[in-house]
Design a protein around this ligand. Structure first.
Ligand code: FAD
Length: 394
């Protein structure tokens, strides 16, 4: 892994910095700083802006529109984007389904879906979890039975993020009930406007509606919507999860959050002293910074391997585990530092109540980040089996 910054890298860094400085809409920047969620239209618009500049599908190969950056450039891009408080543009199509179609899809599926993912013409949601299958995903029961040229789907998916915004779902279904449970799983693409789909909202602890339960009743899906072979769904699901977990780590955004936290903690606090001078707070900030630095280097190793054409391996579990722990720690510190700055006597005046409310909302939402994409306990098991005792995992 070569991380030295040559003249070309520094020029690239300036170019990215300038672009985000001039193209990030203020409304989005403000939302990113305070940790507010973007609405669908904002995400779609921002994603299209990024795509026009070649800054959206940054991990895709060049033949599908990726920029072909070196790991150093990829790293610099992320750092500059996050430092400009530009949102990452959450897209399950870009991060998860795109790489899956490139690896397992037919030529027709690639030609049909990849350009639409880039343009955000289709909004994809992820139909993996079920009421009886979360950590034990292979226990999923949602059934797909062949009938002529269609599959007939019956069952339910739960915790489906933004299913109410989605035009499509990539979904794990059970096509066989005999043999090992993993072997009876297939990966299907579902259009959400078909008859036989019902959505029920789930409001989470932050008071927002991101999540849904989705019910399928005799839903017909063309057999041509199968990705890979029948029974290959488990292999595809695991491949997709490595991409999902790597992206959840959010290293660059945590670096930006830490920088803003350190600035805030350096302001005059109770008794005229900055909060950062308090020994206990200084220790916690330093610990968060050290954890983040260690995470950053692991991220770089994964980036480097991905750029060399390898799919992220078990390191993605390490990134997910550590990245989400750091995100939670930073959100806790942000609440405490924010509360200090909210005192009416504070030199900068009281923090806007709405800013503090958003810090609270973010803190609440991030309780879930050690669950989604696979819980902490599950990541630890993956690491134990694949890195610490690989022979036990076979
Ligand atoms: C905000 C949010 C968004 C989500 N978005 C999506 C989405 O878009 N699409 C989707 O398909 N899913 C989504 N999920 C679901 C998520 O992937 C599951 O919640 C997660 O995999 C855990 O499954 P579960 O909720 O069924 O908990 P369970 O599997 O029932 O686990 C409960 C607890 O038991 C522990 N546990 C379970 N098994 C073991 C074990 N073998 N060893 C040790 N501990 C264990 C877990 O760590 C956890 O603490 C989302 C979840 C959340 C919270």
């Amino acid at each position: 892994m070569d991380l030295s910054f040559g003249d070309a890298d520094l020029a690239f860094q300036r170019e990215v910095r300038d672009w985000f400085a001039t193209h990030t809409p203020d409304a989005l920047r403000r939302k990113a700083v305070s940790g507010q969620m973007l609405v669908r239209e904002e995400i779609v618009r921002w994603q299209r802006t990024l795509d026009e500049r070649g800054f959206l599908v940054v991990d895709w190969p060049q033949e599908h529109g990726g920029p072909g950056w070196t790991p150093t450039q990829r790293y610099l891009y992320d750092i500059e984007r996050a430092a400009a408080n530009a949102p990452v543009g959450l897209s399950m199509g870009v991060i998860m389904l795109g790489p899956v179609l490139m690896a397992f899809g037919t030529e027709e599926q690639k030609t049909r879906y990849l350009p639409r993912i880039r343009r955000c013409e289709d909004w994809w949601c992820q139909g993996y979890s079920e009421p009886g299958a979360g950590s034990d995903l292979a226990a999923l029961a949602c059934s797909a039975v062949r009938d002529g040229d269609d599959y007939v789907i019956n069952g339910s998916k739960i915790w489906t993020t933004y299913a109410h915004w989605a035009t499509h779902m990539f979904c794990l279904v059970r096509t066989a009930k005999t043999g090992r449970k993993q072997e009876g799983i297939s990966f299907l693409l579902i259009e959400m406007d078909r008859p036989g789909i019902e959505l029920r909202p789930i409001v989470s602890i932050d008071g927002e509606h991101h999540l849904n339960q989705v019910f399928f009743t005799d839903l017909r899906v063309p057999r041509g919507n199968l990705v890979g072979q029948e029974g290959q769904g488990w292999e595809i699901a695991k491949y997709l999860l490595t991409h999902e977990r790597t992206s959840i780590a959010g290293v660059a955004d945590s670096k930006a959050a830490l920088a803003s936290l350190l600035r805030a903690a350096g302001q005059r606090g109770w008794g005229g002293r900055p909060l950062a001078d308090d020994a206990a707070m200084a220790l916690r900030l330093a610990r968060a910074e050290i954890d983040l630095l260690a995470l950053e280097y692991t991220n770089l190793r994964v980036l480097s391997a991905t750029a060399a054409g390898k799919a992220p391996g078990p390191e993605s579990s390490l990134l997910k585990l550590m990245g989400t722990t750091v995100q939670q720690t930073l959100s806790e510190l942000a609440l405490e530092v924010g509360a200090e700055l909210a005192w009416p006597w504070h030199s900068g005046g009281p923090l806007a109540a709405s800013d503090h409310a958003h810090a609270m909302e973010r803190y609440a939402f991030l309780r879930a980040c050690t669950i989604y994409g696979g819980s902490d306990e599950v990541q630890k098991s993956v690491l134990a089996k694949s890195i610490l005792a690989p022979s036990a995992g076979r």
